[in-house]
Design a binder for this molecule. Structure first.
Ligand code: HEM
Length: 151
């Protein structure tokens, strides 16, 4: 795990999480508008939707919820295993993570406007990448297992 979060970042994310989640549906909707401009990323979700319809729309809400527990990774562990498994099943790759960050963070700003400043957005960006790094590492291990089994 390469990144660590400062106590200030953790405090900012936790303090603002309830407000972000209150507007979770609006933020999620806006995030997908931004995310699905990229056809390659959209195709990942098109395939996933056939498997479990509602799930893609919950992605932003899940990120908002999980960010609250960035300082309690033991609590997140089972959820991280599930997410990584789902991501591998839907062929999510490391290069997709910037697309979600670049859709989610501006979506937060679009919806909450002046209620969020650069400090808050910066803290959420750090929390996103903290979780993303953990997921990317776990998914790399799962892809390697798959490749070993196929060999
Ligand atoms: C920190 C970043 C991320 C978090 C916290 C996250 C979280 C989640 C969660 C909670 C689920 C549902 C898992 C379940 O079914 O139990 C999920 C599924 C999924 N995620 Fe992510 N995700 C992240 C990044 C990404 C990225 C970068 C992509 C690709 C653009 C992506 C694409 C998907 C897809 C396609 C599904 C499956 C949807 C379905 O089951 O229908 N996620 N993610």
């Amino acid at each position: 795990m390469s990144r660590t979060l400062s106590p200030e970042t953790i405090a900012t994310v936790k303090a603002t999480a309830p407000a972000l989640q209150e507007h979770g549906v609006a933020i999620t909707t806006r995030m997908y508008e931004r995310l699905f401009v990229d056809p390659e990323v959209k195709a990942l979700f098109d395939m996933a939707a056939q498997a479990s319809g509602e799930q893609p729309r919950r992605l932003a809400a899940a990120i908002l919820a999980f960010a609250q527990n960035v300082d309690k990774l033991d609590v997140l562990k089972p959820a991280i295993e599930r997410m990584a498994g789902r991501h591998v099943a839907t062929h999510v790759k490391p290069e997709h993570y910037p697309s979600v960050a670049n859709a989610l963070l501006p979506a937060i700003k679009d919806v909450l406007g002046d209620a969020v400043d650069d400090r808050v957005l910066g803290a959420w960006g750090e929390a996103y990448w903290f979780l993303a790094d953990i997921l990317i590492a776990r998914e790399a291990a799962l892809y390697a297992d798959q490749a070993a089994e196929a060999a």
